[in-house]
Write a protein that binds this ligand. Structure first.
Ligand code: AHR
Length: 517
């Protein structure tokens, strides 16, 4: 009997010991006095394409619509939500649509504008009622810098050069005169310009060598009309892990005519079997997160290529399309890419932004796809109703990092394990803002287990901590028009500081942003 008792005692002690080890492995050191790079606020950019209900119905309801409060046809509720988000830049008009878009068809009296068929997205007839003036004035309302994607695939060099002149030239010229006739005296001074989109695919199915030459030609005629509008030209970048694309662009385009190289990566489980946005298994969640965390490897490998040609890191890596991509909601147009947005997307957003922060020496701009009613949207609308998605809340919680100094944060983390596969359970990043406030973003990717993490705060004296958390009972939880506040951030109480040691208990599948003082 005594022997049995001893064996049991030893076994229980061993189990308790291994359990506590498993729970105690999340540790880290945060050097609060060692930051070097700035987290460019432009990595918090968004993307708005003429696709489904993003522009029409989402941003723009037209001036004759009386039910929805608007300013020159642009929804006031959406503008207010995006102002609060501190959207730094907005990409438009595509996407694939950009390489079918002829900007001149979208200026001047609306009744006289020609139509076009939106061949990529549902084959709907586009009436061009939302054009250059509408978009650029809307950016002013939101307080976002516009990022115009030029048509390279089916446009001309002259067309793009004239667009630059139309929006940026202050003096007398055919295009600036036309702008003035159309009601806008002062130029908008648009800095960010995409030279085509997905040139390897919907933008023309080009080879990288061919596109690099085309880019050189277009960029040559894109004029800096004034110092305040010095152009930031972005080359159409690689599809996910097409490293050769980046290699050729960096090799063949003189860096004096290239400010950014794009990269597109969507977190898709399988392009033929994407799965439902809100009705998914834990296995599917795990696979989405594998695809999302792959962003880290992508950035490292594309940056390594860029470093070879541009060791001073003058050319930015611009991840101008990223996010989760699932099946469209039942009963909606398959060409409209309308999907719900759950805690899975919040985790995806938090972890991806941490990756961008931690690579902020090279990643200086990014655009989540897409802002309203399309893919991983931050806002969903239904007639006069509008809801904020879990992704919106993460972007809002995280905006304390905009233009703050990245702080080196090394963590050791447990794994989130499913069967034989594993992912790091915790994703983290930290920054110090101009007012010397230190913010730490922590994501517990593990969908089942709470994680306790201990951070050694160095380089200052820290005594208090506060923060917010975004989580919900289930990964599939989301906001709906019937229940718009099911998922929203609340004050976070599971963090303490003692002797400069920060202890945090992160519930399963949660995003937390802390401020330590
Ligand atoms: O965001 C939807 C589409 O995805 C964009 O139009 C295109 O650039 C990408 O393939």
């Amino acid at each position: 009997m005594k022997d049995l008792f001893n064996v049991l005692f030893l076994k229980i002690t061993f189990l308790l010991f291994t359990f506590s080890l498993a729970q105690a492995q999340n540790t880290g050191v945060l050097n609060t006095d060692q930051g070097k790079t700035i987290i460019d606020k432009h990595i918090y950019g968004h993307f708005s394409e003429h696709l489904g209900r993003c522009i029409y119905g989402g941003f723009y309801v037209g001036e004759s619509n009386t039910k929805i409060s608007h300013t020159a046809g642009v929804r006031n509720d959406v503008v207010e939500a995006l102002k609060k988000l501190k959207v730094p830049n907005l990409r438009w008009p595509g996407g694939c649509f950009a390489d079918t878009y002829h900007w001149k068809d979208g200026v001047g009296p609306k009744a006289k504008r020609p139509t076009l068929v939106n061949t990529w997205w549902g084959g709907v007839t586009e009436d061009n009622s939302f054009g250059t003036h509408d978009f650029l004035n809307m950016c002013e309302l939101i307080g976002a810098e516009p990022y115009l994607a030029g048509n390279v695939g089916s446009g001309t060099v002259q067309e793009l050069a004239e667009w630059v002149q139309y929006v940026n030239f202050e003096g007398v010229s055919p295009m600036s005169n036309w702008r003035k006739e159309n009601g806008r005296d002062k130029p908008w001074n648009v800095k960010y310009w995409g030279v085509g989109n997905e040139a390897w695919g919907c933008g023309g199915n080009m080879k990288p060598e061919y596109y690099a030459n085309i880019y050189r030609q277009y960029a040559t005629f894109m004029t800096n009309w004034s110092n305040s509008s010095k152009l930031f030209r972005i080359a159409s970048g690689a599809n996910s892990s097409d490293y050769n694309w980046t290699e050729v662009l960096m090799r063949d385009i003189p860096h004096g005519m290239l400010e950014g190289v794009a990269l597109h990566h969507y977190s898709v489980i399988d392009w033929n079997k994407k799965g439902s946005a809100a009705d998914f298994s834990e296995q599917q969640y795990f696979q989405t997160m594998q695809r999302a965390l792959f962003m880290d490897e992508l950035i490292i490998k594309h940056s390594t290529i860029m470093d070879k040609y541009d060791p001073a890191k003058k050319v930015a890596l611009v991840v101008d399309e990223w996010g989760g991509w699932y099946d469209v909601e039942t009963g909606t147009n398959p060409g409209f890419l309308y999907q719900q947005n759950t805690i899975r997307d919040a985790i995806l957003a938090g972890a991806t932004l941490n990756i961008f922060h931690n690579h902020s020496d090279r990643v200086r701009m990014a655009n989540l796809a897409q802002t309203v009613n399309v893919l991983q949207a931050v806002v969903l609308t239904q007639e006069e109703k509008m809801i904020l998605t879990p992704t919106y809340h993460v972007m809002e919680m995280y905006n304390v990092h905009q233009d703050a100094t990245l702080l080196p944060l090394q963590i050791t983390t447990n794994n989130y394990v499913i069967g034989t596969e594993k992912l790091p359970a915790i994703s983290a990043s930290a920054s110090k803002d101009n007012a010397r406030r230190v913010h730490i973003s922590l994501v517990n990717i593990d969908s089942k287990n709470a994680q306790e993490i201990t951070l050694d705060l160095r380089g200052g004296k820290f005594t208090t901590v506060s923060g917010r958390i975004l989580t919900s009972a289930k990964l599939q939880d989301h906001n709906s028009f019937e229940s718009p506040d099911k998922v929203k951030p609340v004050a976070f109480k599971q963090a303490t500081i003692s002797n400069n040691i920060l202890k945090v208990t992160l519930p399963a599948h949660a995003v937390v942003v802390l401020e330590v003082r």
